[in-house]
Design a protein. Structure first.
Length: 202
């Protein structure tokens, strides 16, 4: 028969568990997204970006052998792609907005029928097509708790919109954006502070 010592047993206390969760949880729908393209801030995007992602970060490593098994030694990092899911107005102007932004980088053959004669706008300089994205997170009381800024953004891809006679779903599409760096700022919330509007204007 196996005998357990007191220290071998899990010290679980329901009061400790509840105390640990007293601050609640983060809700993934409490956010807003600001899109600053080279054309400036588009305020309508506050209401049209229905999903996105907080950034991830991956280390680039090289194998190095001191002794024994190989060790992975970081030497740089990779920023993961930023993705926005955007709702469309009846005239699809949100899609046009991101396609025009992408046109700044890769040329306007999409709307210029003189492309075969070389009379289209070619690739721009880097600082002519980069922009900035801000994601603001709020707590359940509507108070801002975090702000993430993506610097030097530009669209890598504007994905297709599926059309079908089988249903009348709201049109939406995804945009993948590259960025150079992201910066995060935590906002201190004073105990007992009043609720503030979820959407801000800047």
């Amino acid at each position: 028969m196996v005998r357990f010592k007191k220290d071998d047993l899990m010290a679980f206390n329901i009061n400790d568990f509840q105390a640990n969760l007293k601050d609640g949880f983060a809700f993934t729908d409490h956010f807003e997204c600001e899109v600053h393209s080279p054309y400036g801030l588009d305020r309508d995007m506050h209401f049209k970006v229905i999903s996105t992602n907080l950034p991830g970060k991956s280390a680039q490593t090289t194998d190095y052998k001191f002794h024994g098994p190989l060790r992975k030694v970081p030497y740089s990092y990779i920023n993961n792609e930023l993705t926005l899911t955007v709702l469309c107005s009846p005239d699809y102007r949100e899609r046009d907005y991101f396609l025009e932004w992408l046109d700044l980088a890769v040329g306007d053959t999409r709307v210029n029928d003189k492309w075969f004669a070389g009379a289209y706008k070619k690739v721009s300089y880097y600082n002519e097509y980069i922009g900035r994205i801000l994601i603001k997170n709020y707590d359940k009381m509507g108070r801002k708790v975090r702000e993430t800024t993506f610097e030097e953004c530009f669209p890598l891809n504007v994905n297709e919109i599926q059309l079908s006679w089988a249903d009348s779903a709201i049109g939406q599409f995804t945009v993948g954006l590259q960025y150079y760096a992201f910066h995060e700022r935590k906002v201190s919330v004073e105990p007992g502070s009043k609720t503030s509007p979820v959407l801000e204007t800047t």
